[in-house]
Design a protein around this ligand. Sequence first.
Ligand code: NAD
Length: 407
Amino acid sequence: TDTCVLVCGGGNAAQVVTGLLSVRYKTIAVSFFADEAEKWKTALGNDSFELTVEGAAVNKIVSKPAGITNDPSVAKDADVIILAVPSFAHGEYFEKFAPYMKLGTIVGVMPARSGGDILFSSKMGDKAKDMVFVGFETLPWACRFSEWGRKATILGTKNTILAAVTPPTAKAKALGTLQGLLGVYPFIVESPTNLGISLRNPGMIVHPGVMYGRWGPESWDGKAKAEKPLDAEKPLFYQGVDDFTETVLLGMTDEVQAVCRKMERMVPGLCLKDACTLKQWYLDCYDGQMTDTSTLKGCMNTNKAYDGLTHPCKGEAGNYMPDLNYRYLAEDVPTGLCFAKGMAEILSLSTPTIDKVIIWAQGCIGLEIMVDGKMTGKDLAKTRAPQGVGITTPAEFIKLAKLETKG
Ligand code: NAD
């Protein structure tokens, strides 16, 4: 077909998407990260990219991308742009593509994390009204490259995946086009709004919440123990959730629910049903894999999918220290939790639990986000807090999120 697709990034996900789409579409891989595009071009040379799909009938896809580049002007011919890169890098892609993009370009972001649509709108400027943003709740595959730039493997494909389209008028075309690109699985299920995807983000609760519960000032005196490494074992992440950590997680998820209810009251017709509580998310996503679903702690402690997963640690056995700069804080706080906190502040809702987690986490990751309880830190622009793009009132948010056009 004539469809031209850009795939952004150069890691596991971007390589897999490039391999998957190059067979049927004119696919150009774009990476702005250091000299990654050049490196990838050199690694592949004149060979084809080889994608292995575990468990599929046709389990080898051999293809050649039409190009690998760091030149943003390729966006002028793009019908679809897929971002399959960690969320801290999204802004750079939006900003560099903005001058070149043609009307109606569909930008699919997997995963979008929180507030991706707001960042997109603000970076697109005047062009925003003619562009289509599709936020996916997660990456459709579990995947890894096996030989960097040359070979990758899809370990598993989700059956269904939620995605929301901004503006809603572009829904049918955008979701149809993206489903065509992805194939039969995962089946894209439409979510009513990107605000729902943003506030659903389970990682923004689970990861910082469990890290705080185990390593925060209320349970682990980091200063006193900084010199004292852990025992030989890394602590279990999900199975290790105790009563205290559960109260932290419940506090955070309830505070996000309050944001949802207040937004729904403020915007007639707005439906944030997908931004469910964390416990509901477990019930929906891991049905049948948990032996105790009576409490949130039970869901996490007894989830088979989480068996044996440990806290991110640095050092070697006998010498482990928690890795407080791991993406569980370094990604999930700025591009997840900060959005929820920013929304709460705009709505004048207090969030004591989220606050204590952010205040602790910002020190761990070396960012200044909150000052004196307010979202006014100097690094706000590095986060997805709406305040980072100058939004401080509900009216400004509703406008940038294009929520008025609903219903
Ligand atoms: P990855 O770590 O492999 O991505 C690395 C890429 O990110 C690099 O190749 C580069 O293009 C970019 N990058 C790294 N540092 C950068 C910097 N300082 N500036 C600009 N760009 C930089 O990640 P991935 O496995 O491809 O995952 C992409 C996203 O999908 C992440 O948000 C991840 O959490 C999510 N995800 C991945 C999987 C999976 O199976 N791989 C599963 C679920 C969700």
